[in-house]
Design a protein around this ligand. Structure first.
Ligand code: CP3
Length: 344
């Protein structure tokens, strides 16, 4: 496994060019994705549960963009369904019965066997490992406990996740019980992915940056730390991406991942100076730069490479997911620019 540039970069080993992939690289900006999505007229969740079609859309960005890693096509919220919560996407996620009371928390199921609870997840991983034939490593993923709880308590996306905050501050005992259940589910879920063949694990904490550093340490970090410590990592790198965490990187590092994902609100060079050279970083092009003319995209890729200044342990990515209205030609151009400008 160590021969992949991507895996080497995760472990701060030297590479002959900077590896690159894009968060949400399989998605609506690709006409090829929209074509598969339209087959059978099913929903997004139907696509997630169909290993043949979901593997097909996971491979599309490898062929189209020439990225250095594949990520299985799924969603962070699919493993919440077997906890007993009906899930829909419109296209944002909606839970019909959000968790609000201690009876709600008590009713949550932590499935003993996640491979049986979400059988389509190990199936897509096994299928992808075969289809990729060693071309690129396969990233499995899950939501961080805090971000999962944001959706479970709120019931949908939100600017401030007020319902979750009310529980977190108003009934810390209930919050703790909820977080322990979510963390245990997450741990079983991610270890199941490793067993099925995932070669890297990324933990998405999209909303972890909403809180102050003090509250991050109290309410977010302990659960991610426990999750990462419990993974059967073997030689499998773990990436922790906390959106909006540029002002609390020392705390994010304490979670214990091999790689720290960065959004675009901090310059990469500054983040690396703070984090030190014993942890790799991934990021951090502003996704909206993909709306710019190609010379500007190239200039921004060069700027970020300059900020990294040849330090080992760097994976190029966007600072958050690619947006649906980006021209795929600009994503292809960006990936090529990273390879071309970083080649030794
Ligand atoms: O990276 C990839 O290519 C793998 C696929 C992937 C999806 N969601 C597919 C998806 C991954 C890694 C995710 C993670 C995810 N899902 C996160 C963490 C990363 C982030 O973006 O912050 C979060 C917060 C979710 C929850 C979620 N799912 C939201 C908020 C939405 C709606 C967003 C939107 O753009 O409309 C989804 C739906 C979703 N997940 C879509 C895709 C391709 C769009 C649904 C469709 O195709 O109709």
């Amino acid at each position: 496994m160590a021969e992949y540039n991507f895996i080497k970069a995760c472990f701060c080993q030297p590479v002959d060019r900077v590896p690159v992939w894009l968060m949400r690289q399989a998605g609506r900006y690709l006409p090829e994705y929209r074509a598969v999505r339209a087959q059978g007229a099913g929903t997004f969740l139907d696509l997630c549960k169909d290993p043949q079609r979901s593997a097909e859309v996971s491979v599309q960005p490898i062929d189209i963009l020439d990225v250095d890693a594949a990520i299985m096509f799924s969603d962070i919220l699919t493993p919440i369904e077997p906890m007993g919560m009906a899930l829909d996407f419109v296209p944002g996620p909606v839970f019909a019965n959000p968790v609000r009371t201690s009876a709600d928390v008590d009713a949550l199921v932590v499935p003993e066997n996640m491979a049986e609870a979400v059988p389509y997840v190990p199936q897509i991983i096994q299928r992808l490992r075969q289809q990729l034939e060693g071309r690129v490593p396969l990233i499995g993923f899950g939501g961080a406990p805090f971000t999962l709880a944001c959706y479970m308590v709120e019931g949908k996306g939100s600017k401030d996740f007020a319902a979750l905050k009310r529980m977190m501050y108003g009934d810390p005992e209930l919050y703790r019980t909820l977080m322990e259940k979510v963390t245990e589910m997450d741990l079983r879920y991610l270890n199941m992915q490793i067993e099925a063949g995932a070669q890297t694990i990324q933990i998405f904490d999209t909303w972890g940056g909403l809180v102050s550093p003090t509250d991050f340490e109290k309410f977010v970090l302990p659960y991610t730390k426990k999750l990462i410590a419990g993974l059967n990592r073997k030689d499998i790198p773990v990436i922790y991406f906390v959106k909006g965490s540029g002002t609390m990187l020392e705390l994010v590092k304490e979670a214990g991942s091999d790689v720290i994902g960065l959004d675009w609100h901090i310059n990469l060079g500054k983040a690396r100076d703070i984090l030190g050279d014993d942890v790799a970083v991934q990021g951090n092009l502003d996704p909206s730069v993909l709306y710019a003319p190609q010379p500007y995209i190239e200039q921004e890729v060069q700027r970020i490479l300059n900020e990294n200044d040849d330090r080992p342990g760097f994976i190029f990515n966007l600072g958050h997911g690619i947006t649906p209205s980006v021209d795929p030609a600009n994503a292809i151009f960006m990936v090529d620019a990273v390879h071309r400008l970083s080649k030794k």
